[in-house]
Design a protein around this ligand. Sequence first.
Ligand code: DAH
Length: 330
Amino acid sequence: MSLDLIHKLVMQAQSAIIQSNSINTLESIRIKFLGKNGYLNQQIKTLNNCSSDMRPKLGAAINQAKKDIYTLFIEQQNILKSKNIKKTLITDTLDVTLPGRLSDIGTHHPITNTIKRMKLFFTTLGFSITHGPEIDDNYFNFDALNIPTYHPSRDEHDTFWFDETRLLRTHTSGIQIRAMANKNPPMRIISFGRVYRKDYDQNHTPMFHQMEGFMIDDNINLCHLKKILYDFLYNFFEKKISLRFRPSYFPFTEPSAEIDVIEQKTGNWLELLGCGMIHPKILRQANINTKKFSGFAFGIGIERLTMLLYNINDIRIFFKNDLQFLNQFQ
Ligand code: DAH
């Protein structure tokens, strides 16, 4: 080994680096000269064989050679990198005349549309919107609504129970109890939300949506209830549909009624909603003076209403994420 040899290696490396025209070749040159087993490190290994007066000189010369080669390597690397960038800037041109990619724009679900329309109608009449929990308990879903313990809707068959007291609400009527506990009359309240029952067929899904509404004020009577609901239905269907106000039974209203509509295809009466005058027991339970105040309440199945509006005959289609179906509601 000699200073001459080191000098030669530096010259070789320099000319190889300068001539390299790709990052990959440059890298292989670096490995060849500067790598762990590269030429310069091989020279270091032979230092032991040199005379002790030459050893420090040669050692220093090897280190200097490594530094010089490395500096040149970095310079060349930068040159090649910027050349590459320039090249891609020239070749990767943007063709602005290419047609763009269409992205599908989503729309509101038909159930959301119905809810929006219902909200608009009732808030215009001064009703305010409230919410209740989907996981409810015995008390709000049944007891406080005067639903007796033997009522079939409490059975395992209809209700999703978590344990002995907690359940997925089977209707939105529990909202009435919560609202009356928090506010004093006069009040006009509506609420929308998911409800759950163990049912699955063309007309039932285990989850569906209901709207609950009620109003408590001086001298509220059945005429107010009927007028508001008829107005709502005529407005919703945007035509004079044939409606029927029929006596019914709900534990939390007295008297109770249901409103039916004639289904156009079959000519049959179809139940639309349940309603009635809020049972005085429920008002008293909320410390509302029944001599002064009375109220009405109603509950509407939102899927049912939407199915009638669009002539849909299977409720399950709402929850299938079928784009062909959903795209119709642009
Ligand atoms: N909660 C009843 C149901 O799910 C619907 C209902 C009927 C609600 C009468 C009411 C009402 O507020 O007064 O079938």
